[in-house]
Design a protein. Structure first.
Length: 518
């Protein structure tokens, strides 16, 4: 191969700028030559100069292996090359990846090479001399080109690795890596993990990350993590964790599996984020929404109680002035019915505010009826016809007051959608099963013939602070509703049409019977 052919080789189609740069490097590289035969040495010096390399004579006994690192290529008699290889092995691979290409020179008159050993040769190339100079040039050119390409890729990979290391070290989220073996021991934690948890790298490595939970290992989020680890897939959960100094924090943990080329699970990566302030803020929002719902209900109930009380006052007035006993009895029996309604509303409002700390078994029809009772008169005055179809279902294990809040939110939204125009409110219950998990439960449908929602509105209704009611809405009702439904392992689906004249909205709520049973 002559100079032109070598140039052509370097100009291979599709070469990247980097590769061209490597070609430039090749023509300016330094070559160490260490051969006993002066003829070979002169030949090699001449040919390397032809390749625009800088040859330099190398003494057979090197003082330090580092001397070799100055060169891009070292060409030496095979026996010296073997010693040099041993020296370079001691040095190890420098971060730059810039070990020289080692070329052994073998004499044509020496013993024949064992072909079986060819694969195992520890050199980047072997020159058998004497040989035609053009062939030696070509061989050297190819060896150097291949070596340069290797060095370049190695450097790129090292650069990427260094960058990744820097990223891992500089991110503010905790990053952990656990080996996928029985107790998932940690093999890596980044500095942010140390800052978040207060545990040092030394204290963490080799242990399962559950030490952050202390005795708190029956959290619902852990079930998701356990299942994902079992199945070798991703998962995300918010866990209650404790720092080394004992202070609790909310940890949003995401784990994902890492597989090798054969697809075998080797590690899990965990990302930890301290979301304490977010969780506390959301908790405060939920509380305020609970109070707002309570306030709205109190106003409705006061209104509902006021009407019968007014009626009773009138009936007593009429009874006083009645002319016959029959007339008195008639007025008093109507007053009695009104009083029973007041008593019903009062007992229901007491149940509304009763905050239960433990889940209870509640009949879905009782839940619906209690909310509908509160709104009955209002619905009537709004000219809303209520159509109820309740099929018998078992009781749901739930936080009763929370589900009452959910149903109340959905019914109020339906009422707001029909404000001023009236319409129909359809409420249905039936037994159903979760389409994904197959769990048995109750499906509650609340449908209205109100103004409906556009597609854009439908995609945003669960966002916190999103409201279509202007100053009359907090934008938290459906956000809280969805949270409560999720806590009961239920599902909430909405469909709607806002075409004038045939608009409607349907909320379908699925609640499993045993959603809260661990
Ligand atoms: C990579 C990785 C990181 C984890 N990080 C945490 C963590 O920060 N906090 C935590 O409470 N659990 C963490 N876990 C979960 C626990 O290690 C453990 O899997 C969980 O407690 C469920 O298993 P157990 O029932 O054996 O305790 C992590 C798990 C993995 C695989």
């Amino acid at each position: 191969m002559n100079q032109q052919e070598l140039e052509d080789l370097l100009e291979l189609q599709g070469q990247s700028d980097q590769e061209k740069q490597a070609g430039e490097d090749l023509r300016t590289g330094r070559v160490g030559i260490s051969t006993t035969d002066p003829v070979s040495r002169r030949l090699l010096e001449g040919l390397t100069i032809q390749l625009d390399l800088e040859p330099e004579h190398l003494a057979p006994d090197l003082a330090a292996p580092q001397e070799l690192l100055r060169f891009d290529m070292v060409i030496a008699d095979e026996e010296r090359a073997a010693r040099m290889r041993a020296m370079l092995r001691e040095v190890g691979q420098p971060e730059t990846g810039h070990l020289p290409a080692l070329v052994a020179v073998r004499s044509r008159s020496g013993p024949a090479e064992d072909p079986k050993l060819r694969q195992e040769l520890p050199y980047e190339g072997v020159l058998v001399l004497p040989e035609q100079p053009s062939l030696v040039t070509a061989q050297l050119g190819i060896i150097l080109y291949a070596h340069r390409a290797y060095v370049r890729r190695y450097r790129d990979a090292m650069e990427e690795l260094t960058l990744n290391r820097r990223i891992f070290r500089s991110v503010t989220s905790g990053i952990t890596v656990a080996r996928a073996e029985p107790d998932l021991p940690l093999v890596y934690v980044n500095p942010a993990f140390e800052i978040i948890t207060g545990y040092s790298i030394e204290e963490s490595l080799g242990h399962n990350c559950r030490f952050l939970q202390r005795d708190h290992n029956d959290q619902p989020g852990l079930t998701l993590i356990r299942e994902a680890i079992q199945e070798g897939r991703e998962a995300k959960a918010i866990l209650r964790n404790y720092r080394k100094d004992g202070t609790p924090f909310w940890n949003e943990l995401s784990i994902s599996p890492i597989r090798n080329h054969q697809g075998h699970l080797t590690h899990f990566v965990g990302i930890q984020q301290d979301v304490t302030s977010r969780v506390e803020f959301e908790e405060a929002l939920r509380e305020s929404e609970k109070l707002a719902t309570a306030g709205r209900l109190a106003a409705s109930i006061a209104h509902e109680i006021n009407n019968p009380l007014e009626a009773i006052t009138n009936l007593i007035y009429l009874a006083r002035r009645a002319e016959s006993f029959d007339e008195v009895e008639q007025h008093l029996s109507i007053a009695d019915a009104e009083l029973r309604r007041v008593a019903l509303l009062t007992s229901q409002s007491l149940r509304f505010y009763k905050q239960s700390s433990a889940p209870q078994a509640v009949k879905p029809s009782d839940l619906l009826d209690s909310v509908l009772d509160v709104y009955a008169r209002r619905l009537q005055s709004m000219r809303v016809e209520v159509q109820k179809r309740e099929r018998t279902c078992d009781s749901i294990v739930c936080f009763e007051s929370e589900l009452r809040q959910v149903i109340s939110n959905l019914i109020r939204n339906a009422m707001d959608a029909m404000k001023g125009v009236g319409g129909r409110l359809m409420v249905r219950t039936r037994e159903a099963s979760d389409p994904h998990l197959g769990t048995r439960g109750v499906s509650i449908t609340i449908a209205d013939t109100g103004i409906g929602m556009s597609r854009e509105v439908q995609t945003r209704i669960y966002d916190a602070f999103y409201s279509t009611k202007g100053n009359n809405g907090t934008g938290l009702g459906l956000w809280v509703t969805r949270e409560i439904v999720a806590r009961h392992k239920g599902r909430l689906r909405v469909r709607s049409c806002n075409v004038p004249g045939r608009s409607w909205t349907v909320f379908e709520l699925f609640l499993p019977y045993q959603g809260l049973v661990p």
